[in-house]
Ligand binder design. Sequence first.
Ligand code: HEM
Ligand SMILES: CC(C)=CCC/C(C)=C/CC/C(C)=C/COP(=O)(O)OP(=O)(O)O
Length: 299
Amino acid sequence: MATLIGERHSQAIWRDYLELTKPKVVVLMLITSLVGMFLATRAGVPWPVLIFGNLGIALCAGGAAAVNHVVDRRIDALMARTHKRPLAEGRVSPVAALVFALLLAVAGLALLLAFTNPLAAWLTLASLLGYAVIYTGFLKRATPQNIVIGGLAGAAPPLLGWVAVTGHVSAEPLLLVLIIFAWTPPHFWALAIHRKEEYAKADIPMLPVTHGEHYTKVHILLYTFALLAVSLMPYVIHMSGMLYLVCALVLGGRFLQWAWVLYRGSRPHAAINTFKYSIWYLFALFIALLVDHYLLLNL
Ligand code: HEM
Ligand SMILES: CC(C)=CCC/C(C)=C/CC/C(C)=C/COP(=O)(O)OP(=O)(O)O
């Protein structure tokens, strides 16, 4: 019996630390960094860069997410979506979470330095600080444009992947960053409309709280238009081919449809459905980039 309880306890702790890293978000980021790596070269990606480069990026992103849990523990405790988080409920102490975050970040940066190049490591560190310090520590509580500016950190992984392979920044990965940058406002503001009351209760100035739902929906629609336009650019600059173009048009068209439904208020649960669609959209768009890349190479 004692062992059973002990096992259950240790499993809960293991899960708590995993939760601190926001694993599902990091997995989608990893898909975008992987695509950045594959698109960077016509030859294969060297396997140490593939394995340890992505592991390094994931560890740093997870470390940044753990810092976010520490800084936000009081507001997380006030919101239904987040009140069961390990720090909000006191299952993990702030000091333990910070030590964990530091270990992840140091291990991640060490892997990037050892198996990729210094530029990839520095850019990853900048993204880590952008999310953990600039967004979480300042912007989130300061301005309704918090997620637009902070979105740059989350948008960085395709660039990090590309630089890990090539050692330098170029236009193509910046275009991939721009796609995620334009995607972030519809992604987040759709959820923020759904959770507006909670953000108001926690006194966080998210756009639907400060400027109202209508204003937010207009901006979701405008950013979704911008996203559709930007997502066509890889085809325009001959980075991707016809398959990608068709996918970008279909996926972007569907996103616009959701943004329009949300704007018109013509369906119940439109906000949360738009948020869920945003995640599938980004996943599918990056898979389309990848498949198209290998089709083009084999033509
Ligand atoms: C500053 C930029 C971003 C903000 C403010 C933001 C915000 C959020 C929020 C509040 C959630 C809800 C989490 C929950 O319900 O527990 C979420 C979920 C999610 N986000 Fe984002 N996000 C951003 C960028 C990104 C990026 C760049 C990616 C991936 C490339 C991403 C992928 C995801 C995924 C996969 C989920 C679902 C997680 C789950 O179901 O547990 N997000 N995002
Ligand atoms: C090195 C690197 C690539 C760093 C990127 C770091 C990273 C994990 C960014 C995630 C973006 C995100 C989920 C923001 C939501 O935070 P929030 O605090 O607004 O949402 P919450 O209320 O769910 O915590």
